[in-house]
Design a protein around this ligand. Sequence first.
Ligand SMILES: CC(=O)SCCNC(=O)CCNC(=O)[C@H](O)C(C)(C)COP(=O)(O)OP(=O)(O)OC[C@H]1O[C@@H](n2cnc3c(N)ncnc32)[C@H](O)[C@@H]1OP(=O)(O)O
Length: 429
Amino acid sequence: MSDDYEIRRFPAASKGEAGYPDAESWVKAVAFGFHESTRTPAHVAKSLETYAADRRIFTGAYQTREVAPGSLPAEVPVATFGTLRKTLNIGFGRLLETQLVTAVTVRTSHRRRGLLRRMMSEDLAMAKDDGLAMAALTASEGSIYGRFGYGVASFERTVKVDTTARFRLNHHAVGTVDVADPRVLLDLAPVVFDCVHRLTPGSIGRQDWYRQLASGSLGREGKEDPAVKAALHYGPDGAVDGYVSYKFLGWDTEPYTMQVVDLVAATNEAYLELWQFLAAIDLVERVTWEEAPLDDPLTWALADPRCIDSSDSRDMLWLRILDVAQALEARHYPVDGRLVLEVQDPLGLTAGTFAVDVSGGEAAVVRLEAAQDPDLTLDVSALSSIYLGAVSPVTLTAAGRIREHTQGAALRARGMFAVERATHCLTHF
Ligand SMILES: CC(=O)SCCNC(=O)CCNC(=O)[C@H](O)C(C)(C)COP(=O)(O)OP(=O)(O)OC[C@H]1O[C@@H](n2cnc3c(N)ncnc32)[C@H](O)[C@@H]1OP(=O)(O)O
C-alpha cells in the first residue's frame, strides 16, 4: 500500500495564499466524503478562512500511480485527516493542550486498505513526540475509534422543551436578559465562551467559526443566516455573562418552534434565566436544542421536569491519552489515594504499569519497571473514558472493560477521577 499513496501535510491557506489550490481540493474531498452537496467556491473560501485562523493542518493521501482515465485527478486526495490544537478543560479549571482530529474521510474506492490506520497512527505518534498528552475527536460511527485507543468521555442530548404555560422554573431572576443585534456576538461570544470554557470540565476551546455561527454571519449552509436572533444575559453587576442565539423554524413547523443555535452561560443563574427568556417568547410553543447537557440543571429547576422531551442522548467527546504519566499528573484530584494501573495500548504509545500517588490533590505518576500487581487493568481507551469523570470506572468494571484486582479499586478510582461539576462539551469540531 505504501507505494500506492503519498501522505502530504500542509497548513490551511486562505484565498490568495500560495497553498490555496491544494487546500481547496482537500476541503472539497472532505465535503464529498460526508455526502455534502457540492460546496460553492465562496463557501469553500469562507471555510478556509476560518480553518486558517484555527491553524489547521491538513493531511491528505494522494495516489502515486497513474489515475484511471476520467476519474478524479491525482491532486484530489483520496483520504483526508484534519487536525488543530485547542485546550481541553480537565476539571478544576485546568486546561490541557489537546490534538483535535477532524474531517477524516477515505474515498470509497480506496477504503479498507489501511489509510485511516496509517494517518491516525502517524499523527498520534507525532503529536506525542511534540509533547502532547491528549487527543480528541467526535465520531461519525461508534465502531471506528476504540481500536486506536479512543474512549467516550462526554455525552450530549437533543432536547425539545415544552414552553407553553406548563413551563415554570423554580428560580428568581438575579439578572436580566435583553434582545441584541446578533452581530455583537462576533466580539462578545468568544469572551463569554472563554469564561464557560474555564468553568466546565470537558469543554474544548472553540474554533473561530463559532462566533460567526452565533452571530448569524456564517451559518451551516456557508452563508449569512438572517434568521438568527440573539439575546444577552446581564449579571447583577451589569456585565454580559451569557447569551443565546436562536432561530424560528417557521409557521409550517408545528408546534411553533424556536431552535437554539448556541447557548453559552457562564453562571448557573445566566443559564436558567436564558431559558426563562426562551420560554417567554410569544407565539412559540417549543424550544429545541441539539447540544444540551445530559446532566442538566434545567431538569431540576422545572416545576414539571417532563416539559423536557429527550429521547436522543449520544456520545460526544472521545479522548485518547497519548502519555499516561503526563495526562494523569496534569489533573487535579478531589480525593487523595494510590492506584496502580496496568494500561494496555493497541498502538503501543503509552502502555505500562503506573503507580499513581495522589496527595493534596496532586498526582505523582511513576512507571513501574518490574511487573507489580496492579489494582486495575484497563485499555487506554477505558482510562481515557474515565479521565473527565463522566464515565464511572465501576460501570466499566461491570462491562468487563476494566479488570479489578484489588476489591474496591474501581470505586476508589471513581472518587479520585470525579470533577467539580457536570462534564459537558459545547464545541463540535
Ligand atoms: C473524527 C471524524 O472525522 S469522524 C468521521 C469519520 N469518517 C466517516 O465516517 C466518513 C465515511 N467513512 C470513511 O471515509 C472511511 O470508511 C473511514 C475513514 C471511516 C475508514 O477508513 P479506511 O481507510 O477504510 O480504514 P482502514 O482501512 O484504515 O481501517 C482501519 C480499521 O478500522 C476498521 N474500520 C474502518 N472503518 C470502519 C467502520 N466504519 N466501522 C467499523 N470498523 C471500521 C477496519 O476494519 C480496520 O480494522 P482492523 O485494522 O482492525 O482490521
